[in-house]
Design a protein around this ligand. Structure first.
Ligand code: G4P
Length: 284
């Protein structure tokens, strides 16, 4: 699959991330609950070393609940504070507040030992495009928070959102770039819609998604459309085209249109709660 993320974008994103991270004590990293490893860039571990770290599985409402629990355990076993969250509805935010406090505690204790009091912990949100960073910031910070102005010398040009007396959040998220070393990563991110459609082969991608859902979540496709989901993937897509009225002028199924429809349904969670990858068997 021909998936691209231009080197220029990558270099710029990396440079900005490296600058912004100097300003904070804590990185709240968002990944997509439907593909938690594909949706994160492991370079953040290097860039964010010496910082407190939280990993949030966002869009958990569209991911498989059982797998959400397994992924949270996976990241916790690797030593991160982790949780599943739905930034759109705000479900799980209370727990996130507690996790962020927990992540800050160590830093505040260190400050206290040095005689520093009442210095707020500074945090930033980071993640690849479209993972829900802005939605999370709005939901997490809520309406009650106040924006603090520039602080000369330390945070010039940056806006901070004061969450409570202990925590300030950088109001612009850090953009991480996807890492496509493994072709399956590109495939999953494309399926989730994290990569622009015009550079993708839509039908090929839709057929892959169709096969994946049929194998891992049998019955969901036939319930959604409704169709018989057995047989060749192309034939199943043809049946979806027929029941959804995706028909060409001559009466043949419009596969391209059906492919878009299937992808759109999948990306918006309309087929069901689906996760595209499992945690690795052994800790890496
Ligand atoms: P970004 O800053 O990381 O680029 O992502 P952004 O917040 O713009 O979110 C990208 C899309 O993901 C938005 O949908 C947003 O509503 C959706 N989203 C974010 N978090 C969640 C979540 O936890 N659950 C669900 N189901 N969706 C989430 P959009 O279609 O681009 O916009 P809109 O429909 O909200 O207007």
């Amino acid at each position: 699959m021909d998936v691209q993320w231009y080197p220029g974008h990558m270099t710029k994103a990396k440079r900005m991330m490296q600058e912004d991270i100097k300003l904070v004590d804590l990185v709240i990293e968002l990944t997509d609950a439907r593909a938690p490893l594909s949706g994160r860039n492991p370079d953040i571990d290097e860039i964010g070393k010496n910082k407190s770290r939280v990993i949030l599985l966002n869009k958990a409402d569209m991911a498989d609940e059982g797998r959400n629990r397994r992924w949270v355990s996976y990241f916790q076993e690797k030593g991160y504070l982790a949780a599943a969250v739905n930034s759109r509805s705000g479900a799980g935010m209370k727990q996130i507040q507690n996790i962020v406090q927990e992540a800050c505690r160590e830093k505040m204790e260190r400050d206290l030992r040095r005689g520093i009091r009442n210095r707020p912990v500074r945090a930033m949100v980071a993640g690849i495009p479209n993972v829900g960073k802005s939605t999370f910031i709005n939901s997490f910070a809520g309406k009650a928070c106040t924006k603090t102005g520039n602080k000369p010398g330390v945070t010039r040009g940056k806006q901070w959102i004061r969450l409570n007396k202990n925590v300030e959040l950088l109001d612009t998220p850090g953009i991480l770039w996807p890492k496509f070393d493994d072709p399956m990563v590109g495939q999953r991110l494309a399926a989730l819609g994290s990569i622009r459609d015009e550079i993708l082969q839509t039908e090929e991608l839709a057929l892959w998604v169709l096969e994946y859902i049929r194998e891992n979540y049998p019955g969901l496709l036939s319930a959604r459309y409704p169709i018989d989901e057995a047989g060749r993937a192309e034939d199943v897509l043809g049946r979806i085209a027929n029941v959804r009225g995706c028909i060409q002028k001559g009466g043949d199924p419009d596969y391209a249109k059906a492919a878009m429809l299937l992808l759109d349904d999948f990306r918006n969670g309309r087929i069901g709660r689906i996760t595209l990858e499992d945690p690795p068997q052994k800790l890496a």
